[in-house]
Design a protein around this ligand. Structure first.
Ligand SMILES: *Cc1c(COP(=O)(O)O)cnc(C)c1O
Length: 374
């Protein structure tokens, strides 16, 4: 059997006709930049997330960058974030000349540890940037307590977590701003790059709209220096079609996670100490952009699964505080022990919505086979 980590083709095949119509609609209109499809998507996603405004942009990385720019973050400023995330989370801080300050993560959720966060606050802290990793919200209540006590804005990196919630509120409405990505492997993925920022602050929304258009509130008149970062109408039209299926796909991911839990339980593997299953949302809905287990001898297991035709991925093999480009920050191995261990043990296994029960059974059997042969 062949079980890829993700199968975008099977998803596309089911909606190809609708996508084709949406694409030809834009082509017929020849309105490619920030057209009505973009406004409709901004509206749909912000209201889905429980935020007042949505601002489309060119990628999830740019969404983070624009959010930082809207807060005027730059040299001399510090932004606290997690070392266990995709590079863009810290890259956006460094690109503006500000200093990424890393604090370790929680072992169960891989999300930023609020207790460690408190200790990293300094007078230079200009923002807190938690990531809702793998589809699960960070501990936002505790993070909010720290942020409120020091009057520091929170920006959610929600690239992997559209539709996740915490305490009854959706990702995208839990901070001053939130960034989303429509990279093809995200739960709502486009046919290329795309991103969006949500906020319920009208003034921030205005600034973001100007920032994505070279800082111009009025065309050709620039109060500040922004960037060119827009969401294409073609992407917005495609995303608009896919958005209608998002809830179904999310529920299918959650069902697949339940099937994994049941089958790992039956196999005895989850009590064996060889693997640890991901925690499911202490405080809300996990949307399982990834199903990430911890595994003993992770790299050997990965090889074994590859030989059995099972696709996996390691998110992330090197924590951000140990990246070459951040050597100047002076972190060393041992500084973030939880994130460092996670980078050695974490393994993402297939969870995509169209994955069927026999394939999940095959993945679990393959993992059980690896550990029973020892
Ligand atoms: C994907 C991702 C991003 C960046 O999004 P792009 O659209 O690829 O630029 C940022 N943060 C996290 C946590 C991500 O997973």
């Amino acid at each position: 059997m062949n079980v890829p980590l993700l199968d975008l083709k099977v998803q596309h095949d089911a909606i190809a006709d609708e996508i084709g119509l949406a694409v030809s609609g834009v082509l017929n209109s020849q309105h490619f930049i920030l057209g009505p499809e973009v406004r409709a998507l901004e509206e749909a996603i912000s209201s889905y997330c429980g935020a007042d405004y949505g601002i489309g942009c060119a990628s999830g990385s740019d969404a983070l960058l624009l959010a930082m720019m809207a807060l005027n973050i730059g040299p001399g400023d510090e932004v606290i974030t997690t070392p266990f995330s995709f590079f863009a989370t810290a890259g956006c801080i460094a690109r503006l000349g500000a200093k990424p300050v890393f604090v370790d993560v929680d072992a169960g959720t891989y999300n930023i540890d609020p207790a460690a966060l408190q200790q990293a606050i300094t007078p230079k802290t200009k923002a807190i940037l938690p990531v809702h990793l793998f589809g699960q919200c960070a501990a936002m209540a505790a993070i909010d307590d720290v942020a409120t006590a020091h009057a520091i804005p929170v920006i959610e990196d929600a690239a992997q977590s559209i539709g996740a919630d915490f305490g009854g509120r959706r990702a995208g409405s839990l901070g001053l701003m939130a960034s989303f990505s429509f990279y093809p492997t995200k739960n709502l993925g486009g046919a290329g790059d795309g991103g969006l920022i949500t906020t319920s602050d009208a003034e921030v929304a205005d600034r973001l709209r100007a920032m994505r258009a070279h800082g111009a509130k009025k065309k050709y008149f620039h109060d500040t220096v922004g960037i060119n970062s827009r969401l294409d109408s073609l992407q917005a039209a495609i995303l608009g079609v896919k958005f209608r299926y998002l809830e179904n796909w999310t529920e299918a991911r959650r069902r697949n996670a339940m099937t994994y839990r049941r089958l790992f339980g039956q196999s005895g593997l989850d009590d064996s100490g060889h693997i640890t299953l991901p925690q499911d949302s202490v405080g809300g809905r996990h949307v399982y952009n990834q199903f990430v287990i911890r595994a003993e001898r992770r790299d050997d297991l990965r090889l074994h699964l590859k030989e059995r035709g099972v696709g996996t991925e390691v998110y992330y093999p090197l924590p951000l505080h140990l990246q070459e480009c951040f050597a100047y920050l002076g972190y060393k191995r041992g500084d973030m022990p939880v994130a460092e261990l996670a980078s050695e043990e974490a393994l993402a296994i297939p969870i995509y919505p169209e994955l069927k029960a026999p394939a999940i059974e095959y993945v679990v059997d393959s993992i059980a086979g690896f550990y029973s042969n020892q």
